[in-house]
Design a protein around this ligand. Structure first.
Ligand code: CS2
Length: 441
């Protein structure tokens, strides 16, 4: 097959630009790394790199990315084979596939010394991270050890730094700073230096980024005429809201929204978009659906999702400038995009960490609405069914999740399990169709 015989994407095998394909509009080999990114997954390469690529295209020469993979060398090695080029497909069929050049260097878990040496350099302006929710609770993770060692080195050369978490947590920057400062408790000099010289801005990041399938790999290969081992894809919508901080890279000029307080944006997104994603991720498979598009088209589930969003919104205290109804309509339209084949099982992963961020905080506010606890109710039933059917439950705490409602609710840190337990019983007694159509009204 032609696809397999094609050469691999790299500087020597750049496809030609046409209406359907865009190439870096700058000299890739003259772009210097000024950003160190930890966590080279698809979200980083589809989201933050969109903005870094725009910067490079606008003439900035210090916005190259030095990528660090802490867990696996797979992406790093593939990128090395491709001179760090890869392609981004926007799932609307209108925008050209974009060959991205902003990643200029990368290392895998065995070469972290090279990345740590970058902390000594004045060229390093910004550290960004996408390491997922589960990395933030524990100072003894690869991420925490790496970052703290980097900051020790930075302190020794006394160069200030911005470290921006791009993970899906409320107060992501504050939490990262707390984790770092806690880990430096026995090193008062470095700790004080970090407190004074390192900014950890909070941020809200948003773009739906479905995992690449074999079908996409094949289509991208045909479009490029060369093999890209590590393409990424995302919906057209992309948003990055960052707390203001002193940064020599002009991110605002390429669409990053710089605001004094990110909290309202973070809360809105987590409680409406992400929480309803989780609701569908666990309810959808119980109805036989595989994708978000299918789940949000279901005549029983769709109205419940919309009511859930409004109920969540009613719990939030938001500035008058945010139009929540418009936000809900836009989010529903994004979910309904038929070009975005976002697998529910992808969203269902790591439920125990995700639900703690997106749903549990809404339950601690005074509310009797059964709607708010639905993602947890469906999660428990989903886990029970997956185990019963002999499937693996993908979750860092999978062994602690046994499908027993009381224990799982406690695991999420919810004190009172009565409401969840009641609705689980109703769900199991009536079946999901009757539960959605008659019980939750
Ligand atoms: C999703 C998110 O997988 C999930 O948990 O809810 O990845 C979601 O697609 C992004 O946060 C959208 O910005």
């Amino acid at each position: 097959m032609r696809f397999h015989q094609s050469p691999q994407l790299c500087l020597a095998h750049l496809p030609s630009q046409d209406d359907w394909l865009s190439l870096p509009g700058y000299d890739v080999s003259s772009l210097n790394p000024g950003i160190l990114h930890i966590g080279m997954g698809a979200f980083h390469r589809a989201h933050q790199c969109t903005f870094f690529e725009r910067l490079a295209n606008s003439g900035e020469t210090a916005c190259g990315v030095f990528g660090v993979s802490l867990q696996s060398a797979r992406v790093h090695e593939a990128l090395e084979r491709q001179d760090h080029l890869y392609s981004l497909t926007t799932l609307d069929g209108v925008e050209p596939v974009q060959v991205m050049g902003c990643i200029r260097r990368s290392v895998g878990p065995d070469q972290l010394d090279q990345a740590l040496a970058f902390f000594d350099s004045a060229e390093l302006k910004l550290v960004t991270l996408t390491v997922t929710e589960k990395a933030y609770g524990d100072p003894d993770t690869d991420m925490a050890r790496f970052l703290i060692e980097g900051l020790r080195r930075r302190a020794s050369v006394d160069l200030s730094l911005v470290v921006a978490s791009c993970d899906n947590l409320v107060g992501n920057g504050n939490r990262l700073r707390d984790l770092v400062l806690e880990s430096l408790a026995d090193e008062p000099v470095v700790r004080h230096w970090v407190e004074t010289n390192v900014r950890f801005p909070n941020s809200m990041v948003d773009s739906i980024t479905p995992r690449v399938t074999d079908d996409r790999l094949h289509k991208v290969g045909l479009r490029l005429g060369v093999v890209d081992e590590v393409p990424v894809q995302r919906e057209p919508f992309v948003q990055w809201v960052l707390e203001s901080c002193e940064l020599s890279l002009d991110l605002a000029s390429v669409g990053v929204e710089i605001v004094p307080d990110v909290a309202p944006y973070e809360t809105l997104k987590l409680r409406i978009l992400n929480a309803s994603h989780s609701l569908m991720a666990y309810a959808g498979p119980l109805l036989g659906h595989a994708t978000v598009h299918d789940a949000v088209s279901d005549h029983l589930l769709a109205p419940v999702v919309e009511r859930f969003m409004h109920e969540m919104a009613s719990q939030l205290e938001l500035p008058a400038t945010i139009d929540v109804d418009a936000y809900i309509q836009t989010t529903l339209a994004r979910f309904s995009n038929p070009g975005v084949q976002h697998q529910l099982l992808q969203i269902a992963e790591d439920g125990s960490s995700k639900l703690r961020e997106r749903v549990v905080p809404a339950l601690s506010s005074e509310s009797d609405s059964p709607l708010l606890c639905l993602p947890i109710v469906f999660w428990i039933e989903f886990v029970r069914r997956r185990k019963e059917e002999g499937h693996a439950v993908i979750d860092a705490h999978a062994e602690a999740l046994d499908g027993e409602p009381g224990a799982m609710v406690k695991f999420l840190g919810i004190g009172d399990d009565r409401q969840v337990t009641y609705w689980i019983e109703e769900l199991q007694k009536n079946g999901i169709e009757a539960f959605l159509g008659e019980c939750i009204v």
